[in-house]
Ligand binder design. Structure first.
Ligand SMILES: Cc1cc2nc3c(=O)[nH]c(=O)nc-3n(C[C@H](O)[C@H](O)[C@H](O)COP(=O)(O)OP(=O)(O)OC[C@H]3O[C@@H](n4cnc5c(N)ncnc54)[C@H](O)[C@@H]3O)c2cc1C
Length: 385
């Protein structure tokens, strides 16, 4: 895809904002596992997190292509868009499947950051990657759903006002197809925490604000059901394609950061009387990572273009995410190796980004599950599950 003036202007705008939050800002927050409130606020004010919300609801009216450029630039600057990326795309389920009243109520407030919807509850401890086996139940009682169960790896919940929650409204044993009987609820966390919802933070390798959630008779008003009861799996699927394209872009931003950092260091660091980058054993891994990043980037823009044109893009979104996350990890490894001992020193930031970018081969979907999707759904080989 050729670069447009809009995209160049957008990149410049995001770069200027990110310049105010240099690597030292992220390093300091990472050290005390603190949320980058000032950065998220600035991204919100600049309208970046409302990019995908149509203008009629006060958003930027942009596509996934542009949204992906925004997040790519954040990671390219040395930051971590994972702290706020979900505010961009979770609302897509309301936008595409919510009622007019829900759209009018929530989207304008999400667009300006008055409401944060950046918590998405899908994964459960027992179901793992097998989403259709989730068992968190919502039973209708009058004008309320009563929710019981658990979610795990629920990120940013403590920095969110709302959460999109996938629940079973019909038990698995009572549905004809496993994709049936799932529903999507919009949970108001401000009311739910302490009233049936307990949040237990999980410490992770990188700072990610992720949690184990426990639901014990948590009540959700029936009017917070998105779309039709029982159709929830279909609703979250198209949102997942957007998520995968955006994660691919973040990975590519990370990868380019590593390549630039490694390249500069390889030119400057002199050992045995010459720059280490003069040795092809140092130069080639960096060059190869760059090659693979450019290839991943093509697939990311292809997937984004198809998503924005309303075409089915499950295969492309998954492939972009796989290629992007592997290319960024390859670049991360090359960068650590190039830095030698300093690759492990906090003050050089390589180790932080290394920890952060590793996640994307596991979440939001692991590499094996993407390969299974391609093997089974694209190539038509026998299903393994
Ligand atoms: C930091 C972090 C943040 C997250 N944030 C969120 C969030 O906000 N919301 C949310 O809902 N989830 C979130 N997740 C969950 C994430 O999507 C899952 O961790 C991921 O989908 C993998 O599921 P799992 O951890 O249960 O692994 P499992 O399903 O237990 O799989 C473990 C390993 O086995 C492999 N495997 C499993 N089945 C097969 C198979 N049939 N064939 C081949 N290989 C297989 C997998 O590829 C994986 O490598 C987050 C996870 C992390 C770590």
């Amino acid at each position: 895809m050729l670069t447009t003036t809009l995209h160049e202007d957008l990149r410049q705008g995001v770069r200027q904002l990110c310049d105010r939050y240099p690597v030292s800002y992220w390093r300091e927050l990472d050290g005390r596992e603190a949320y980058p409130e000032a950065f998220v606020e600035a991204m919100t004010k600049a309208g970046h997190l409302g990019a995908l919300i149509p203008e009629e609801y006060g958003g930027g009216g942009l596509g996934v292509t542009e949204a992906s450029i925004i997040l790519e630039e954040v990671n390219r600057s040395g930051g971590n868009a994972g702290v706020c990326h979900a505010q961009m795309y979770i609302m897509g389920t309301i936008l595409r499947h919510g009622s007019d009243a829900q759209k009018r109520e929530y989207l304008p407030k999400i667009a300006i950051g008055e409401l944060r919807l950046q918590s998405f509850g899908v994964t459960e401890p027992d179901a793992g990657s097998d989403t259709l086996s989730i068992s968190t139940s919502a039973v209708r009682k009058g004008d309320k759903y009563v929710v019981n169960g658990q979610k795990i790896w629920n990120s940013r919940t403590q920095y969110s006002d709302l959460m999109l929650l996938l629940v079973r409204t019909t038990p698995l044993s009572e549905v004809k197809r496993r994709t049936e009987g799932l529903s999507v609820l919009l949970v108001d966390l401000r009311q739910a925490v302490g009233h049936g919802l307990t949040i237990q933070p999980i410490k992770t390798m990188m700072t990610h604000f992720t949690n184990h959630l426990f639901f014990d008779d948590m009540e959700v008003p029936v009017e917070n059901l998105i779309g039709q009861e029982g159709m929830g799996f279909r609703y979250i699927l198209d949102g997942m394609n957007a998520e995968r394209i955006l994660i691919a872009a973040e990975s590519i931003g990370d990868g380019d950061w590593f390549v630039e950092k490694a390249t500069n260091y390889a030119k400057e660091r002199v050992v045995f009387g010459r720059p280490i980058g003069q040795n092809q054993g140092v130069q080639f891994p960096i060059a190869r990572a760059h090659v693979n990043l450019r290839a991943a980037d093509l697939m990311r823009f292809r997937a984004a273009e198809m998503f924005d044109a309303g075409q089915p893009c499950g295969a492309e979104a998954n492939m972009a995410k796989l290629l992007g996350s592997e290319a960024s990890w390859e670049a991360a490894n090359a960068c650590v190796q190039t830095f030698g001992g300093f690759g492990f020193a906090r003050e050089f930031d390589v180790e932080r980004k290394f920890r952060e970018t590793r996640l994307y081969q596991v979440a939001p979907i692991s590499t094996n599950l993407i390969l299974a999707f391609v093997g089974q759904n694209v190539l038509g080989m026998p299903r393994s599950y």
